[in-house]
Write a protein that binds this ligand. Sequence first.
Ligand code: BGC
Ligand code: NOJ
Length: 815
Amino acid sequence: MRYGQFDDEQREYVIDRPDTPLPWINYLGTDAYFGIVSNTGGGYSFYRDARLRRLTRYRYNNAPLDLGGRYVYVRDDETGDYWSPSWQPTPERELDDYECRHGLSYTKIASSRGGIRAETLYFAPLNETLEVWRVRVTNNRTKKAELSLFSSVEFCLWDAQDDATNYQRNFNTGQVEVVDGVIYHKTEYRERRDHFAYFGTSAKDDLQGFDTQRETFLGPYRGWDRPLVVENGTAKNEIAHGWQPIGSHHVRVHLEPGETREVVFVLGYAENPKDDKFDPPGSQTINKTRVRPVIDRWLDSAQVQRGFDDLRAYWDQLLGSLTVQTPDGDTNRMVNVWNAYQCLVTFNLSRSTSFYESGIGRGMGFRDSNQDLLGFVHMIPERARERILDIAATQKADGGAYHQYQPLTKRGNNDIGDGFNDDPLWLILGVAAYLRETGDHTFLDEPVPFDNVEGSEAPLYEHLQRSLRYTLDRLGPHGLPLIGRADWNDCLNLNCFSDTPGEPFQTTENASGGVAESVFIAGLFVLAAKELAVIAGLRGQDGEEVVYRAAAEKMAGTITEHGWDGAWFRRAYDFHGTVIGSGENDEGQIFIEPQGICVLGGVGLDDGLAVKALDSVAERLATPHGIVLQQPAYSSYRIELGEISSYPPGYKENAGIFCHTNPWIMIAETMVGNGDRAYDYYRRINPSAREEISETHRTEPYVYAQMIAGRDAPTHGEAKNSWLTGTAAWNFVAITQWILGIRPDFAGLRIDPVLPSGWPGFEATRGFRGATYEITVRGTGARVTYLLVDGERIDGNLVPPAPPGAVVRVEAIRE
Ligand code: BGC
Ligand code: NOJ
């Protein structure tokens, strides 16, 4: 069953009923000002940091779901009937029709009731710190309509954590100011004098009044479903002192039959410069000299339209960097639009803000951000570069990493600390992806500090060397890398032991001293060491190239010796030296991660182990809804394994379909030449291909979710935690670079598709180092044997880089 459909032409997902199984959300903003918006207008906005600079309130975990948002009420002043055109927060008031269109960084919600149609477009213009709501109201009745519009936002008192806990203080601090129809939210302005929010409307003569105190607007003990002010049709013009500041405008709209009126609302954030001459300390009012012109500009309809057109053009340009035409529509729309879009959103927001991430808990992840950039580096290499420098500057001198850093300060986050021993190696893969895409090897000479300490700068290249060294300095009893607190699998906490029966067990925070080892990190090391070897070679550091290759080979040997279980790669050894992910275990016998990453590192490709491991995955882990993380699921909690066994069977790391890992298997299958299997796995978790089972899948059909419940779960096939997940980048890499095979390489663009057997080929356009490649893949052979590059034959599959601006025609022939 579906709740809408894709509009491929417009690049929108069209939801045609409001009661989706879960709020289906979208994102506003592209750079510094962001928000989430659901298909019923729910969500919130923030500037840069969803915890510290939150503009509006939202209540997670609420009943009903998804309450708090950008709501506009329409009131029929002749009958007193009122409703919200976005359905929420007045779901009892039935709509005659409803449609939500989630587009790229904008959302349109339109509906009708009693012959009045209202359509609201929400977007945040490029290079501004504000969002626009453009409301168009149309009278489809045969007689005139006397209407009122009431806008509404509930302000958050900036720090979302404090806002949700510190009531004894916060009930006193809220302050607003209203000048010429603009509501300024200025809590914290007394002491800080540096930031405030504003909420304005284009209505001038029709502006009847405003409200800024929530309980006055709603009426005592009433909810957003029946605000007293809306019910009565008269704003109270009250200025909030403490309690819960809100912003609401009351606008009168008279419409002749067939007439449409446009009313614009602008919600934004402003920051005063530190040495603000306009606004000297001591003044209690906000000086509007700077901000008022910005507000007025965006309240103008023509400017709104221009801003919206610019936003569309921005996305045209970004998505134009790679487009494909394959025989499969689900593949096309994911690659051309939605998967790419999700990669950029994930890059911007990391794991901070979604319907599942509260915007409070997590900063930017070291491993997460490095992987995220694999999915967007081709669209905005400059921002990938910037991100890499930020991440690398948090690396410690011993090569170790803070697990997360704060987006506002860009400093390593001490609360979470370090000891996730895979972290440093991801930096090598992130940098390698950037170099493959851009060819910009001078980047490696960029001076970057360690732990942001001034004076500690070393070339980026040295950071990569220290990343490798970090692993080599921490090998365990079998010569495999120590796992520390955990590796990629946050929940495999193998150093959580208790020496003394009855004593509390060690927590993950102090467990990095143990000797548990990870086959996953070993595989990742092989992959990273080979990348660094190539990079060293390209720098002319031949000695180092040899050393890194030897280190990779040695580690691969250790994997074969101690990490091979007979039919698949083992997962780890715990604190006591007990093997994990082996036929010897009663549960948790086979894990997906080492099967993927070891093959990606090339382990087992020459001796048949890779094929065996992948067959075991197909046999034991693959389900129709995707590949589960491990089997058999842990049926009870095991202190020696930690968080993984805290999840009920089939969820999250305990045998859920952890979608992030599935593309590793897809890629591995292409490496052994099995295009059918790779593509089959790709389709199983492709959200667009799952659209028909939306009632089972439940999250948005246009983006990947972190997890789909595994076969041990009662809700097998149900997705959770959509949007902010490494799944986005890795699936993009799997389909575009390995199945379709358009893969940036150090020396050029490789065209190395490993396609499903029924496919005749496909077409693609790819920007690469400033040139454009128009690619046609044809022929029925297994692999590309030669290329025609602008008609000239080149044996093999590597297209040499053309000068910037060139348009190159590439035919890739599979004989
Ligand atoms: C989750 C992981 C997540 C981690 C974040 C764990 O509870 O299971 O998926 O990466 O929390 O800190
Ligand atoms: C989500 C985390 O963000 C990521 O870093 C981790 O690798 C996976 N969960 C698996 O635990």
